[in-house]
Design a protein around this ligand. Structure first.
Ligand SMILES: Nc1ncnc2c1ncn2[C@@H]1O[C@H](COP(=O)(O)OP(=O)(O)OP(=O)(O)O)[C@@H](O)[C@H]1O
Length: 429
């Protein structure tokens, strides 16, 4: 198995830019070939404890299928960076699917989004095992091609870490919880199968307020703490305090060991993986390629918004003694200029008034504060709006005041209001 998905015997699989562990319950012979690989046989594995967790979750699902809906496992995985949280989520999802369950995968790992571009949060119904070679993006791509009901629901957060803008992050989790409630009300199997929530890696207890909010909002009943004793102990205490204020919240924390094989990724490796994920969003995977199309858009046809403090104006640039007032959910109209080059923007379904004249005015606003809120229109509906897709700004013509945007959907941009993100991506031909 690879993270819970069964490998075929005598089958060949191709991996690139990937680390992982192949596990066998009975032993097997593997033939490995290719460049730059480090293949070894591990002596120790936490797989026994992982399968025990799966069996316990499965029992809860059976209870839920038998009518005790409150038992449905709502699992959140937390732990330090590179402790194997996403891999454990993948394993638990795969085991659930192999037992005919339909869990929801909630991705709160904003910097390392698995199913779509980074800087987002998403929820995806998982009805098939996660692609062995192409992972979560392979799952999302095949959903885009042939199973639209399994496509993720995505919200553009636009910042790297949950702690960058906790107010906005919590609003998005609330929106997501409402979408999940709707989904599980309409699908009993999904409701009983529960959720698996992946989170951003952190051990900084002072930054765990977003985790606590998500535990409450997503009604998490099982908290898996991977690879950090101290975090387990602190969170167990916090859960006790939280349940005093919220008696209906019963969350059990379980401590799990990190797999010895997990790889500590440096910034360059993470960057490479981010770039690969974005490329797969626009161009699919080797087995399921997608086509992206360039679309030319005039500045006056679109508005690009940003929710929360603008990253281009750091606090360090303020006059001495002045502090920035965090206006976490203020909506800013971003100036249309070269700073948007290579940006990955979310397409929203916000309708711009027909007579709207953008005050971002591109070069006209030169020298002005790029973060000034738009005076001409109240964009508040942009807070917590769902992303219906993403485009990449691949060219900017300042003279003719137009962008070329790459989009996996052909034709004109369907809507004119876009949300800025934090990632930049340059297509390398
Ligand atoms: N048992 C294993 N053997 C080898 N590689 C592994 C194993 N488990 C995970 N990995 C690899 O280690 C890296 C980190 O794992 P993973 O992404 O699951 O960690 P994470 O805790 O989710 O990270 P993040 O800090 O992004 O939240 C990934 O490249 C993953 O493919």
């Amino acid at each position: 198995e690879l993270f819970g998905a069964e490998l075929g015997s005598e089958a060949a699989y191709t991996f690139s830019g990937f680390n992982g562990a192949i596990f066998s319950w009975q032993g097997c012979t593997l033939s490995v070939s290719g460049d730059n690989h480090t293949a070894y046989v591990a002596g120790e594995t936490p797989m026994d404890s992982y399968i025990n967790v799966h069996m316990a979750l499965q029992q809860l699902r059976v209870q839920a299928h038998n009518g005790d809906m409150g038992a449905a496992p709502r699992v959140m995985i937390v732990g330090p960076e590179d402790s194997g949280k996403t891999s454990l989520a993948r394993l638990l999802l795969n085991y659930a699917v192999r037992m005919d369950q339909k869990p929801l995968f909630v991705d709160l790992d904003t910097a390392g989004s698995s199913m779509t571009v980074p800087g987002t949060v998403s929820v995806t119904p998982v009805t098939k095992t996660i692609d062995i070679e192409d992972g979560f993006m392979g799952y999302a791509t095949s959903a885009a091609v042939s199973r639209p009901v399994d496509l993720p629901l995505v919200w553009q957060y636009g910042h790297e870490l949950p702690s960058d803008n906790p107010v906005l992050f919590n609003i998005l989790v609330d929106k997501m919880a409402a979408a999940i409630d709707k989904r599980v009300a309409a699908d009993k199997t999904a409701a009983a199968s529960g959720l698996i929530v992946d989170t951003h890696g952190s051990t900084d207890i002072s930054k765990l307020e977003t985790i606590e909010h998500a535990i409450r909002t997503l009604k998490i009943n099982t908290l898996l703490v991977v690879g950090n004793e101290r975090m387990y102990s602190l969170l167990s205490n916090r859960l006790e305090t939280m349940s005093q204020g919220l008696p209906q919240l019963e969350t059990t924390a379980i401590k799990l060991a990190k797999s010895g094989g997990t790889v500590d990724r440096d910034a360059a490796y993470r960057q490479q993986q981010t770039s690969r994920t974005i490329k797969q969003y626009f161009y699919g995977t080797t087995r399921e390629p997608l086509t992206s199309f360039p679309t030319v858009v005039n500045f006056k046809e679109i508005s690009v918004l940003r929710v929360g403090e603008d990253v281009r104006a750091p606090s360090s640039t303020l006059p001495l003694g002045e502090t920035r007032k965090l206006t976490d959910t203020s909506v800013f109209e971003v100036d249309l200029d070269e700073s948007l080059f290579h940006s990955v923007l979310a397409v929203t379904d916000i309708v711009r008034p027909a007579d709207f004249v953008s005050d971002s005015g591109a070069a006209d606003a030169e020298g002005e504060d790029a973060t000034k809120p738009s005076a001409s229109y109240d964009w508040n509906e942009a807070v917590g709006v769902q992303a219906i897709g993403f485009v990449n700004v691949s060219k900017i013509d300042m003279e003719k005041k137009r962008f070329t945007m790459t989009s996996p959907v052909a034709g004109r941009l369907p809507k004119q209001v876009l949300l800025d993100g934090y990632v930049k991506w340059m297509e390398v031909v």
